[in-house]
Design a protein around this ligand. Structure first.
Ligand code: ZN
Length: 331
């Protein structure tokens, strides 16, 4: 018990820094693009060993997360203080918004911190998996509130920006959780999964959006129409069809009404935030799929996590991500 606590504290104190091949333990591999050591397995025996290690460690991971972890999904234009391009795995060519306060100006100047924040993401998600994330933003809404968000890039909306708040990155477990959640949005909403509908996404009138929703044979995400064979379309068909009418009655801004909805269907959601909408539900379920052991009960919440085990590419991605997160936790 004590040992677990010490390991946990060490994990919380760890801060992303580029690693060199000589930093890797004997059983680890080195990724030169993301400058990170990671665990991976090549055959059944070593996989069992690695996954066995994940299993006992994972048991405590989600418990370590305190506070509520969530994002708002959208922020108003102009709130991103610095925007970087992502090239060859690194951030470069920053552009700056007008700082309104001294604190914002301080945030803009701290390029070292921006690099560390980007590395937190790059060291978790392998480079070949995050090619759609072509911009990195730094924003701040003060301490707590939104830690990170992703959104399509306005002038190239099939690519994505990841933005992070430097005031909220101290808790490493919460940060890891949130970055995997945010990546879950890119994974489930990207143009390959949900063909981007420019007219509807940029529409400012309800009629255009309603028309796109009505024409959609599948689930309309806001970015476009997700067919029944996309991850989110299938997820929606399996888990949302019988609650969607009741959910549609709720004002999305009304947090109390959303929480009441969650309490009615608590066994269907991995967290209260998951009840926000199908997009947040699949991102939260994805995060629990990555960061938790395989569920052994048959609640609908558990089925939502088991959903991802049906996709071999996502099981492989989970192992890649865990191999990186677990390696960092050993340091
Ligand atoms: Zn989200």
């Amino acid at each position: 018990m004590k040992r677990l606590l010490i390991a946990l504290l060490l994990f919380l104190a760890a801060c992303a820094a580029p690693m060199q091949p000589e930093d890797c333990f004997e059983d680890e591999f080195y990724d030169p693009v993301d400058q990170v050591c990671y665990l991976a397995c090549e055959d059944d025996d070593s996989c069992q060993e690695v996954e066995g290690g994940f299993g006992s460690w994972l048991g405590g991971f989600l418990d370590a997360i305190t506070g509520s972890v969530y994002d708002l999904g959208e922020t108003e234009e102009g709130e991103v203080l610095v925007t970087y391009s992502v090239a060859d795995g690194n951030i470069e060519s920053p552009t700056y918004a007008d700082a309104m306060t001294d604190e914002e100006a301080d945030i803009q100047e701290d390029e070292d911190q921006h690099t560390v924040m980007w590395l937190e993401f790059a060291q978790i998600i392998p480079s070949e998996q995050r090619t759609l994330v072509t911009q990195f933003g730094v924003f701040s809404d003060g301490q707590d509130e939104t830690l990170a968000f992703v959104q399509p890039i306005d002038d190239s909306p099939t690519n994505w920006m990841l933005a992070m708040d430097p005031n909220d990155t101290r808790d490493k477990s919460e940060l890891t959780y949130t970055l995997i959640h945010e990546f879950g949005h890119v994974l489930t909403l990207n143009d390959g999964q949900v063909p981007f509908d420019e007219t509807a996404y940029f529409a400012e009138d309800d009629e255009t959006i309603e028309a796109a929703e009505a024409a959609c044979d599948g689930y309309f995400t806001g970015e476009g129409c997700a067919g029944w064979d996309s991850y989110i379309g299938r997820f929606y068909e399996l888990f949302w069809l019988d609650i969607v009418e009741e959910h549609a009655e709720i004002d999305p801004e009304d947090a109390d009404a959303l929480y009441d909805f969650y309490t009615i269907y608590e066994d269907q959601f991995v967290t209260d935030y998951a009840a926000t909408n199908p997009g947040e539900d699949i991102a939260e379920s994805w995060t629990h799929f990555v960061l938790n052991e395989e569920p052994d009960n048959d609640s609908i919440a558990a089925q939502k996590v088991l959903f991802f085990y049906d996709f071999p590419e996502l099981v492989a991605l989970r192992n890649d991500i865990l191999g990186r997160v677990y390696s960092q936790s050993r340091r």
